[in-house]
Design a protein around this ligand. Structure first.
Ligand SMILES: [Zn+2]
Ligand SMILES: [Zn+2]
Length: 311
């Protein structure tokens, strides 16, 4: 599939009229954009944009999307439902993921539920020695356990697991999948471990090196924000290198940054109406606390830029 990189005119159209935005949001989406945001690289064989026709989602088409989460009244809580075991040495850091999600989806509550186990009725298969669970089983599980959550608070509920997952027999695996109509998603952290491909039963007992801890932390936060972003109605981004770019493999996933491009930021802002300066400040504080160095540098610089006098 041939991908045509959007030019400035196409990006301006996707962004829509920004004059009605608060002044710091105007700065966030227009000021020194070329310094902070990179163009999408030409897709190579095996890349997402080679295999999927993405036409891009403008602000207008985002606003028309019906199946998206919009916090309202008491319905502001994103529930995270761990499925299976999370108490081993290499498990995803759910507390860190929760902190980042709370800041990123500003105004929403994020709550981790007690872990539950896989049920016998969940379909699974053996893929070259790796047990994989089919994603529909997680949606059924979330529907069956709805009574355990506060219905008046639930905006979204996402299942997370250390098991590998697949949507149907046509796919080898997926990192995650969203079902926006139900407000459900399921995300697997299995492949985020750099030792996944060397995996064996012993893996869970192998202590993390500092390097691997940071890699896993960064990838877990990224997958969760990207996938929950889909539930907020954000489609895959074609405008810049962005958290919402599609990813087919590890290199593409690692290339996705932990920030939204101006078009995606504007879309999320149109729903959440956050103070972007405050949100960036909270986010950079977490990046610093959890030693995400590249992200700390990016957010600090972006904060400086959006507070410059517009010229
Ligand atoms: Zn995606
Ligand atoms: Zn984007």
């Amino acid at each position: 599939m041939s991908f045509i990189r959007p030019d400035n005119k196409v990006i301006a159209e996707a962004l829509g009229d920004i004059n009605t935005l608060p002044s710091n949001m105007q700065m966030a989406v227009k000021h020194k954009v070329d310094e902070s945001f990179q163009p999408v690289p030409t897709p190579r064989s095996g890349d997402w944009l080679r295999q999927h026709q993405e036409k891009g989602q403008t602000l207008k088409s985002f606003e028309r999307t019906m199946s998206k989460a919009i916090p309202h009244a008491t319905f502001k809580t994103i529930y995270i439902q761990p499925v299976g075991i999370f108490n081993h040495l290499r498990a995803a850091p759910l507390d860190v993921i929760t902190e980042f999600s709370r800041v990123f989806f500003a105004g929403c509550e994020v709550e981790v539920l007690p872990a539950i186990d896989f049920t016998n009725s969940m379909s699974h298969r053996d893929n070259s020695g790796v047990v994989q669970y089919r994603t529909d089983g997680f949606y059924n599980l979330l529907a069956e356990t709805r009574d355990k959550r506060d219905k008046r608070r639930e905006l979204l509920c996402v299942a997370v697991t250390m098991a590998d997952i697949y949507p149907d027999d046509k796919w080898n695996f997926v990192y995650g999948q969203a079902s926006p109509l139900d407000g459900f998603g399921v995300y697997s952290f299995a492949r985020l471990d750099p030792l996944f491909f060397k995996s064996s039963n012993k893996l869970n007992n192998t202590p993390l090196t500092d390097e691997h801890r940071i890699i896993i932390r960064r990838r877990c936060v990224k997958i969760l924000l990207h996938e929950v972003g889909h539930l907020f109605g954000l489609k895959h981004c074609i405008y810049y290198v962005c958290l919402m770019n599609g990813a087919n493999h590890e290199i593409e996933m690692d290339r996705q940054p932990l920030y939204l491009c101006p078009v995606c930021l504007r879309k999320l802002h149109s729903t959440l109406q956050f103070d972007v300066k405050q949100m960036y400040e909270n986010f950079v504080n977490l990046c610093e606390k959890y030693e995400l160095e590249e992200e700390t540098i990016w957010y600090r610089r972006r904060l400086e830029l959006i507070q410059e006098k517009d010229t």
